[in-house]
Every structure is written in C-alpha cells, then in structure tokens.
Design a binder for this molecule. Structure first.
Ligand code: GAL
Length: 718
C-alpha cells in the first residue's frame, strides 16, 4: 500500500513536470512570479509597489554594453520562483541547487560564501548582527553564474539556503541521539527573503560565470565608476584641528620627506561647528578659504571636505533647510529629507557657493550609516511622507547621486568618500570606509565589494608597530583609494622611520601603475568588470573551502557556527595582477593560484600553476603575481608621476603572446563620453628567433597618447 502511494506521488510529479509545473508549485499559498525581460540577460518581477526606489538614484543602464554582452539563459525553472504577499510582509522564494554557493550581499567583512546563514540587510555602523553594514546591497551572485537583486527600499531579511518549508524538497531527517550527521541547519533548496513593506522588485542577471552576472548588474546600474586621475593618487586626511597654516607646513613636510600628496582631506575642524554640522568654514583656522583652496590647487593638490548630514542650528543653511527636515534630531542637528528636490537644492546651493565654487573637489559623507542609538529611529517621520527606514537605507546613495550629478553638469568628475551605500551605486565615484579596523577583514571587504557594485578603501589610520604600518600601507596602495586618515592620530607616512623607505616605495609603485589601474577602471565603466575582484570571479580559480568551527568547548556541536574559510585574503587587480597582502606577524603566506602559469611581479620568475604555493615574504614588498602573457603598462622610471602622458614602461610576463588595450583621457572631465579619449593597442608577438617583440599603436584619437614606450621583458623567452 505504502509502495503504491509512493508510485502515485512520483507519477503526479512526472505529470506535473510534463505540463510545466513541478511539485513546488504546490507550495501552499505562494504565487508564481511573473518575469519580464528588461534587457539582454536581465529579467524583472514586481510585487506590490514601493515609494522609494534605489534604482531611481542609479545611472541609466548601459544598453549598448549589455547588448554586447549578449543574451543569457534564465537561470531557474520559472515555476519555482514564488512570492507571497500578506498585509504586512512580502516573501519570496528562489530555488537553490544542492552544491550552489552564494556570494555577495554587500560590504561584508567576514567570509564570502553566504549559504546557510541569515542576513538582515540594514544600513548600520558595522557589526553586531549579520547583514548590518555600511553597504548592505541586496544583490547576490551564485557560483552557477547568475545574480539576483532584491530591490527593496526596506531592509531585506534573507535566508540563504536555510529554513525548510514543510512542502519543499526536504532532506532525510536524522535522529540526533543515534544518527551521525544530524544538522542544526538542514540543507534547504531555496533562498527565501522577506521585507516588511508594500512592494519590491526582483532582478535576475544571467551569465556564464559569476563575473558575467556581476558585469550585467553593474552595467544595468550605469556601468562602473571612473574616478578622476587625481583620485587614484595619494590622499592624506589631516588632523581635525589643523589650520591652513598647519596644512601648508604639512605639505612642505611631504615635499621635504619626498612623499607625494594629491588630495588633502579636511576633517570636522574645518567647520565653525561640527556634530551637528554648520558646513561653514571656521574663520580662526581658515580665515580665507578661497586662498587656501587656490594655494593647494597651484601645488596640484585637491581639497576634500568631511561632513555629516545633520544640520547645526548655527549653520547658514539652517533656516532654508528647516522646512524639509524630519521629526527627530541626530546629535541635536536636524535631519534633511533629501528625497525632496527643494531640500536637495538648498544643500547644493549652499555647497556650491561655499565650497565647490571655490574649487573644493568633493566630500567625505560621514555618519550616513550609524548605530540605532545615534541615528533617527524607525518611527521618525519625514516631510516627504517617505518611511524613516527607507530614507536611512538610501541616504548615502542619494548624496552620492546628488553631488555626482551636480558636478557632472559642470563637466567635473569627483571622487568622494561615503560611509553608506546601497543597490544601484556601481557608477558612483565614491568609496566606502569604516571606523572598524581589522586588517584581514579589510581585505575580505575588498573581495566582497567587487560583488556589490561598490568601491572600498582599507584606509590606514595608525599602527602598533612599524611592521603593521607598512603592511597596512601596502594593502591600501592596492585598493581603489590610497589614503592615510590621520584625523585623530596625526600620523604622517614617515611616522615609523624604520619603514619610511618601504612606505615611499609602495606609494611610488602604485602611482607608477596608474596607466594599468586607470585602464582597469575604464573596463569597470565600459564592461562592468570590477577593478579589484574576489578570486571567485577569476577564471580558472578553484574556490576550495576549508570548514572550521562547529565546536563548543572543544566538542563537536551542530549548533556552533562553522566558518567557511574561503580565499578572501588575496584578490585580483585589473586583468592580470594577483595581490596577496601580508599581515602583521607573518613571514610566509599561502597563495592560491588560478589555472595557468603565474609569475612574480618583481622578478618575472615562474611561481606555479593552479596550485597553492607557500611564499616567504619580505617586509618591504607586497606579494604580487602576474598571469602568463600579462602586459602591465607603467609610468616610466623617473617620469613625472602626475603628468598626463608621460613615457611608459610596458612590462610583459611569461611566455604567451598577448594584446592589451591601454586607455587614456584628460583624467578629469566627462569628455570621454564624447569619444575624447585615446586607445593604445599594445601587442606582444614572438619574433622568428623566439624572442618577444612589442608593438604600440594608438588606434584612434592621438590626443592622450603616452609619449614613448619602453618594453621590459620580465621573463626570459623560452
Ligand atoms: C568618524 C569617521 C572618521 C573621522 C571622524 C571625525 O565618524 O569615521 O574617519 O572622519 O568621524 O570625527
């Protein structure tokens, strides 16, 4: 009898599959999602309605680039994509295969595979609850090569392969007393998510690989950021109490110590009241702001201003903004509702007149995240009628959009810092930072940022030793924004004399790599390929996982969290450089090499192929490896590192012939959108005698052509 029943169920499920519905459509009370194709390889399903939408603050999709990437297959059986709307909540369910890994979910500092965990994606100061972070982007990428954006202005709570509906494909239950493999988190066959709210959109991005899915997401959000060249130089944030005179002296000291400085960041003390903010210059420390900004500009140095959004009653902007502020204060400052266009105008008018109009290059938007005990509460009200939670999720994104757009109208690119971001931010020229300061986890964040359409800086602030100082410097020099944030420590790059030369050398190396890095950002802009990438986005990388933990008091315990130690302590920069930072106390480290031959950046020697190697580290070097055939254009030795078209040294590694398209433009404006840029084709071919020959041709517009190219064959031709 029992046997017959089983046959019946099997038969029903076969019939179900033939007629286009599977067992899962029986999932009680859930509706099938309706998918609409919106671009090649991009689909959308909508449930209910929302008032605020992050994508309204994103740039328009790069349609041509999406077309070039081409079509992709829809990654699921549509029948198994479900939703459920109750009066208070919307739930969704998307299928997961047994072996699938899920990456992403924003700026996480821990691990990379999100499966078997629950995240509450909330804009917050980092820490505490899983998913509370500066940029809780509700976008995930599957190891199968697709991406999903759950676009909701409310906090998304997402169960990644965890939680088992009684009518889903359940694994066999195990008796814990007698069975071996009882699991506190039984395998589940779905990603389930919910928001408290009235609506959400789901976007699915197809692809052949996780990278392709990420590219589609970035292109859909306007393509990647393209910073101005000065933004990729060295940033120094001075002590909060610095005056103009103190800064002139500091700049002279940089020169004396032979260190470059491209951007000076002013911290709260530039204002006559801070926390909340006046946004007005402090006359004792900066009696003549125009002269100050001009003086720095003449030295080729940009000025970036710190601020938070909370308006002090003493601000010259206070009266104008007050009609547009919310019910609650933050540090007794009023909280503008920047979803209202009039409020945006007040801010832009004030900032244009007082800062941007005199040459300030951009801002550091601080405290747009914050813990609950200082930010406005969820029950705060705002004049637009928008929900306080939604405004909080989108606040950092809105500020990024507002200023980028404003400066674009003046044909100026900016590079800002911001402490919160969200979905749709790919094309924003802003970099996220944190007060949190764990070096290893800073590197993990760098890997994770590449799957969230955001840029992250592992800024350096202070160190307990010279060793830590140089190790952190090396990491930040291989990140989207190279910055010493001395707002409190007052440190200088030469603060640890034992390593001053090594610090100078790594800054110099980063500056010399500008042609390569700038071209990597161009690929981000045009093709959506993140310039700094998690290893799992690299072709030929075997994403091995070592599972640790799962113990309490030394005894195996299924409730204890198991940590999956995937490779998050190394990452890719541009098409061919693998960066493997070293942490304090280490004299050797393991490096996992993707398939293909890899070469030491400094010596050109072969180090391995598709294997895990152990290297002995040197204090003065950050380990860098280059893939076979890697072409690395660098500014020639002794050249002016800030010149727009200096002489180049082009390095070639390994045995493969290769081609590389080098990008250059004016480095500052949006004229590149009007085809004002130069592409140089760098080609390496073998000569008859087996030796390499390098060729360099500007295929279009000669205006931004690098002057002269010297080839450097790093590996002996064999
Ligand atoms: C913090 C910020 C620091 C620094 C400081 C100044 O919130 O994270 O980088 O700017 O404020 O008060």
């Amino acid at each position: 009898m029992v046997k017959n029943k089983c046959y019946c169920i099997l038969l029903l499920s076969i019939i179900g599959n033939i007629f286009g519905y599977s067992q899962q459509t029986l999932l009680s009370g859930m509706d099938k999602l309706n998918w609409e194709k919106v671009m090649p390889g991009v689909w959308k399903a909508t449930i209910g309605e929302t008032k605020l939408n992050a994508l309204d603050y994103a740039d328009a999709p790069k349609v041509e680039a999406l077309k070039t990437l081409g079509e992709a297959a829809f990654p699921f059986n549509k029948e198994n994509t479900l939703s459920q709307k109750t009066p208070t909540r919307i739930g969704i369910r998307l299928p997961l295969e047994k072996e699938e890994k899920i990456y992403g979910l924003g700026l996480e500092f821990e691990g990379i595979n999100r499966r078997k965990n629950v995240y509450t994606l909330k804009v917050d100061h980092y820490g505490g609850v899983k998913g509370y972070t500066h940029a809780p982007v509700p976008f995930y990428v599957s190891s199968k090569g697709y991406g999903v954006l759950i676009n909701a202005p409310q906090r998304v709570k997402i169960h990644v392969g965890i939680g088992n509906r009684k009518d889903s494909n359940l694994p066999t239950a195990i008796d814990r007393t007698t069975g071996k493999n009882w699991a506190a988190r039984p395998l589940s066959d779905a990603v389930e998510a919910n928001v408290i709210g009235t609506g959400l959109e789901i976007f699915v991005f197809g692809g052949d690989s996780p990278l392709e899915a990420v590219q589609r997401y970035n292109l859909f959000c306007g393509g990647g950021a393209l910073p101005p060249k000065w933004g990729l130089g060295f940033w120094h944030r001075v002590h909060t109490k610095s005056s103009d005179e103190a800064i002139y002296q500091e700049i002279a000291d940089f020169k004396k110590n032979n260190f470059p400085v491209d951007v000076i960041g002013l911290e709260p003390g530039w204002q006559n009241f801070a926390y909340p903010c006046s946004y007005d210059w402090d006359e004792t420390r900066f009696p003549n702001p125009t002269k100050f900004v001009n003086t720095l500009s003449q030295k080729g140095i940009k000025v970036n201003l710190w601020e938070n959004p909370y308006v002090a009653p003493t601000s010259t902007m206070f009266e104008a903004i007050q009609p547009y502020t919310g019910s609650h204060t933050v540090w007794l400052g009023e909280v503008p509702d920047y979803t209202i266009p009039e409020a945006q105008k007040v801010l832009l008018n004030h900032h244009q007149k007082s800062h941007l109009g005199i040459g300030v290059s951009g801002y550091k938007f601080d405290e747009v995240d914050g813990y609950d005990f200082w930010l406005w509460p969820d029950h705060a009200t705002f004049p637009s009628g928008n929900d306080a939670v939604e405004i909080r999720q989108l606040y950092g994104l809105i500020l990024q959009d507002l200023f980028q757009d404003h400066l674009k109208k003046q044909n100026k690119r900016t590079y800002n810092l911001v402490r919160s971001s969200y979905a749709g931010a790919s094309s924003k020229n802003s970099v996220i930072y944190s007060d949190y300061y764990n070096h290893k986890e800073y590197v993990t964040a760098l890997a994770n940022s590449s799957m969230a359409g955001i840029l992250w800086t592992p800024e350096i602030r202070s160190a307990k030793s010279a060793e830590e100082w140089i190790r952190r410097f090396q990491t930040v020099c291989f990140s989207p924004l190279m910055m010493l944030n001395a707002w409190s420590s007052g440190k200088k790059p030469w603060s640890f004399p034992e390593v001053t030369d090594a610090v100078r050398d790594v800054i110099q190396l980063r500056k010399r790599l500008l042609p390569y890095l700038y071209t990597a950002f161009y690929a981000y802009q045009q093709k959506g390929i993140p310039p700094f990438r998690a290893m799992i986005l690299e072709n030929g990388f075997d994403a091995k996982e070592v599972v640790t933990g799962g113990q309490l008091d030394g005894v195996a315990n299924p409730y204890a969290e198991q940590k999956k130690l995937e490779v998050t302590d190394q990452y890719m920069m541009g098409p061919s450089i693998l960066v493997a930072p070293v942490f304090t106390g280490e004299t050797s480290r393991k490096v996992v090499l993707p398939k293909g031959n890899w070469y030491d950046f400094y010596t050109g020697k072969l180090v391995g192929n598709g294997q895990t190697i152990t290297i002995q580290t040197k204090l003065e070097q950050i380990p860098l490896f280059v893939k076979d055939g890697g072409i690395i254009p660098m500014i020639g030795e002794g050249e002016d590192l800030n010149a727009n078209n200096p002489k180049l040294e082009v390095r070639h590694y390994g045995q493969q012939e290769n081609e590389y398209t080098l990008y250059n433009d004016d480095g500052a404006s949006f004229d590149y959108e009007k085809a004002e840029f130069t592409l140089m084709e760098l080609t390496v071919k073998r000569k008859k005698n087996g030796q390499f020959n390098g060729n360099c041709e500007a295929s279009r517009n000669q205006q931004f052509r690098y002057k002269k190219t010297t080839w450097k064959w790093m590996t002996e031709a064999k």
